[in-house]
Design a protein around this ligand. Structure first.
Ligand SMILES: Nc1ncnc2c1ncn2[C@@H]1O[C@H](COP(=O)(O)OP(=O)(O)OP(=O)(O)O)[C@@H](O)[C@H]1O
Ligand SMILES: [Mg+2]
Length: 253
């Protein structure tokens, strides 16, 4: 089976701060991967380098087998033309910690705007799909509500519907429940769990260890800009191979 995501030997430094140091992540179609690790270890940067919110310094990034960036003979990342990058990054869709919904648009409009404006899909068809997605996340009655009228959990479910509306090859979640009150965390996890069970390819950065264990086939543990360990949840959580992971798990579980 082909890889949806190929990030190979990625290096990324923010003015003097190494955020990714020779990191390799490959994700197959239908696979669910969770990334764990302490604050500042590079988890968000890895996702952001995949969907082009950040640029890599060196390494190779490909989505669906199509290369976005590759190291040239001088060891620097060379990116494809802008138009091709814009097309390719539409194969990823990110769900952010703070939702990032458009406050002046209704829930339905938040979901339909990118497929209509960016992908130029027929509006009637997009709206129909958006209503179906609102049903999937349990919010069909909120189609005409504005984000300001919703709870955090509801906002995040709209953000998930918005991501799905783009029909991405891979869904990226960056701590989707960290900004939520505990009583609404469950409703968001339930939606993500459903998507995983339906076979959506996803990369999930999370502090919810129980959820990572349940939903992901593979766990990646990052520390100080590197991947330290990866493997099936049982292996990492029950039999950590490094002191760093053992210490991290003792602190968070
Ligand atoms: N825009 C930026 N400018 C400068 N340094 C940054 C920037 N974004 C991240 N960093 C630094 O890069 C490193 C990796 O940050 P990153 O946000 O990827 O970590 P993280 O694992 O997602 O952490 P958290 O769990 O707190 O979200 C950290 O040292 C961070 O301070
Ligand atoms: Mg982060």
């Amino acid at each position: 089976m082909g890889y949806i995501v190929e990030m190979e030997n990625i290096t990324k430094t923010y003015v003097g701060v190494p955020a990714l140091n020779d990191v390799t992540l490959r994700v197959k179609s239908g696979e669910q991967v969770a990334i764990i690790g302490s604050s500042g270890s590079g988890k968000s940067t890895l996702l952001r380098c995949l969907n082009h919110l950040e640029l890599i310094d060196s390494g190779r990034v490909a989505i669906d087998g199509e290369v976005l960036a590759e190291t040239d003979e001088r060891g620097r990342a060379r990116y494809r033309k802008d138009a091709e990058i814009r097309r390719l990054i539409l194969r990823t869709a990110m769900v952010f910690q703070h939702f990032n919904l458009f406050g002046h648009l209704s829930c339905l409009e938040n979901i339909t705007i990118a497929p209509i404006r960016i992908k130029k899909e027929p509006p009637a068809e997009v709206r129909e799909r958006a209503m179906e997605l609102l049903r999937v996340v349990g919010l069909e009655q909120k189609a005409d509500a504005y984000p300001g009228q919703l709870s955090g959990g509801q906002k995040q479910r709209v953000a998930i519907a918005r991501a799905l509306a783009m029909r991405p090859s891979v869904l990226l979640f960056d701590e989707p429940t960290s900004a939520l009150d505990p009583e609404v965390t469950g409703e968001v996890l339930r939606v993500i769990r459903q998507l995983a069970a339906a076979g959506h390819t996803m990369v999930l950065v999370t502090h919810e260890m129980g959820f990572a264990r349940e939903v992901a086939e593979r766990i990646i543990f990052m520390d100080t800009a590197r991947i330290i360990e990866e493997g099936p949840p049982g292996q990492l959580f029950d039999n950590p191979g490094s002191d760093r992971l053992r210490t991290f798990l003792q602190a968070v579980i």
